[in-house]
Design a protein around this ligand. Structure first.
Ligand SMILES: [Zn+2]
Length: 107
């Protein structure tokens, strides 16, 4: 896309789009912030996972709530056989989810 030259505020004549050191600095700052903060909730975290039911052996796609924390544990029923699972979700730093389901019938 063409844009008119904009050198009025750039005495060195640097390209304001690709060569602006201030923009690079902001991007580096944002990248540092993302690295430091838990990356969930910004669109990179997995929000679904496929697990195998420990009762009937059928694959189930379950929804994950990345905003609920890095470590989660809850009860969810199998969509096929309706048996209760103990679901353990562990989010990794890259936003991927490690999901484990085990029988939760308690008997
Ligand atoms: Zn099942």
């Amino acid at each position: 896309m063409m844009r008119p030259p904009d050198t009025a505020n750039s005495p060195e004549g640097e390209d304001p789009v690709t060569g602006d050191p201030a923009t690079d600095e902001v991007l580096a700052e944002v990248t540092r912030w993302l690295d430091e903060e838990f990356p969930l909730g910004d669109g990179v975290a997995e929000d679904t996972s496929v697990v195998i039911c420990p009762y009937c052996g059928e694959p189930n796609e379950i929804g994950l709530d990345a905003g609920s924390g890095e470590e989660q544990e809850y009860i969810e029923d199998c969509q096929v056989c309706c048996q209760p699972w103990q679901v353990v979700v562990h989010y990794l730093p890259d936003g991927s989810a490690d999901v484990t389901v085990t029988p939760a019938d308690g008997d």
